[in-house]
Ligand binder design. Structure first.
Ligand code: DCP
Ligand code: MG
Length: 428
């Protein structure tokens, strides 16, 4: 027994990495005391972790297709105005065949795909779908963590026998359930940790389902491009390409020290990721840290009143998302970009709220501090952060206005049904 444990790798924190041959952990100080080690070794076979990553396929487009089935099977994007500097938020897979991608200017997308249908967004509705799906998934897996508006991690560790000892087959059931009950296509990947599951999802999109068996993580990753690793953005990928690294297998061959010499601390992360090592801790509810929206104008705007009008629409949108999460925000951030690409941000702390007029007042004040009413502005954005739950805000003894909340909830319901443009509140 003792000799088998000698294979364990002791990291500097004192926590042994699991020995796959034994399947048990020896932790901290216990690892250094022989008789305690003996005891712990009897608690063998720590459960294998089964983490699923679920990501909705072309989410915003899929919601639009529920409302307008004539959009099915067509090249569609949800995005900003084609005449101006709007960008694509979500592109259908039919549009992607023409090279259309998220974050691409809508004008460019139309040049690539002249038959493209451009649809404006219903952000309140997307948030509502996201919330309903999350609530449904809480009935499917014991622990669910939301990672973004359309992706979540589900921890099925310890649930094998509950689902006929065939969790990969159960993932297909979950995928069917989401299609039937929500009319939303999705992709699901299951693996031993979040990182491998997330990477695997992208390899089988759309409507794919994949399981990366335990112990095959490195082998699974090796043929993939280095940019499949979350955190390897364009800049890092270009740098590594220039050094001759193209596939993850190229990175797997590099010792940790050399990776850190090349890329600093980020290199350490890339090294771990290339070997398929990642966290399997799924948080009960991922706390969203911020909600923001911004708009780039078709033509630069200088007049404060015009900027305020757009700002109000952005505030409405972020507040609606905030309410769908039952959050209140303490910090309002305003962002401005001038025609010369200079970017300014200012933030203000307020009493926790999700009430549009209060947040607008703060954003308007911040605008007054940065904008002189003359400089041509190219982009304006508003962000909310430093959240507290609605319930906590009440406990914190901040006075609650029932009347305002009821009105805003009614407005959210109307927008969800009839679109963001269906109802407007005055800006003064
Ligand atoms: N989104 C956005 N702007 C971006 C990227 C995404 O507004 N630059 C929004 C629209 C997407 C949603 O977030 O529908 C989810 O983002 P994803 O990256 O998951 O994109 P999709 O769901 O659209 O496509 P995929 O099938 O690749 O997941
Ligand atoms: Mg998606």
């Amino acid at each position: 027994m003792e000799s088998r444990r000698a294979k364990d790798v002791q990291d500097p924190s004192g926590i042994c990495l699991p020995d796959p041959a034994v399947g048990s952990y020896t932790v901290g100080i216990a690892a250094q005391i022989p008789y305690i080690r003996e005891e712990i070794l009897r608690v063998d076979n720590m459960p294998r972790t089964y983490i699923a990553h679920l990501d909705l396929d072309c989410f915003f487009v899929s919601v639009e297709r529920i409302n307008d089935p004539s959009l099915r099977g067509k090249a569609v994007v949800v995005g900003g105005s084609a005449t101006g500097r709007g960008v694509v938020a979500s592109a259908s897979y039919e549009a992607r065949k023409y090279g259309v991608r998220s974050a691409m200017p809508t004008g460019q997308a139309l040049r690539l795909c002249p038959n493209l249908i451009v649809v404006g967004g219903h952000h309140g509705e997307y948030s509502a779908y996201s919330q309903r799906l999350y609530e449904r998934m809480l009935k499917v897996a014991p622990v669910v963590e939301r990672a973004s508006i359309d992706e979540m991690y589900l921890d099925f560790t310890g649930c094998e026998s509950l689902y006929g000892n065939d969790l990969p087959a159960y993932m297909k059931e979950v995928q069917k359930l989401i299609k039937t009950d929500f009319s939303l296509p999705c992709t699901i990947a299951m693996a031993s940790n979040k990182l491998v599951a997330k990477i695997a999802t992208d390899t089988v999109k759309p409507e794919g389902c994949i399981y990366v068996p335990h112990g095959t993580e490195e082998q699974f990753l090796s043929p993939l491009s280095i940019s499949a690793i979350p955190g390897v953005g364009k800049k890092t990928a270009d740098f590594l390409n220039r050094k001759g690294f193209h596939k993850i297998s190229d990175l797997q061959a590099v010792p940790l020290k050399d990776m850190v010499d090349m890329l600093g601390a980020h290199g350490g992360w890339i090294h771990q990721a290339s070997h398929g090592r990642g966290s399997s801790t799924v948080g009960a509810e991922h706390t969203r840290k911020s909600i923001s929206r911004e708009e780039t104008f078709p033509e630069d705007i200088s007049r404060t009143e015009e900027l305020e009008k757009i700002l109000f629409a952005l505030v409405e949108s972020v507040c609606s998302t905030l309410r769908s999460h039952q959050f209140k925000s303490r910090t309002v951030t305003l962002k401005l970009r001038t025609s010369g690409f200079e970017t300014f941000t200012r933030r203000q702390t307020i009493e926790p709220t999700n009430y549009d007029p209060t947040i607008f007042c703060s954003a308007k004040e911040l605008l007054g501090k940065i904008h002189d009413g003359r400089k041509p502005i190219r982009l304006i954005g508003v962000g909310l952060s430093n959240f507290t739950s609605e319930a906590q805000a009440e406990l914190d003894l901040f006075p609650k206005s029932d009347k305002h909340e009821k009105v805003m909830q009614a407005i959210d319901r109307l927008r969800e049904k009839y679109g963001d443009e269906s109802i407007k509140i005055g800006t003064v």
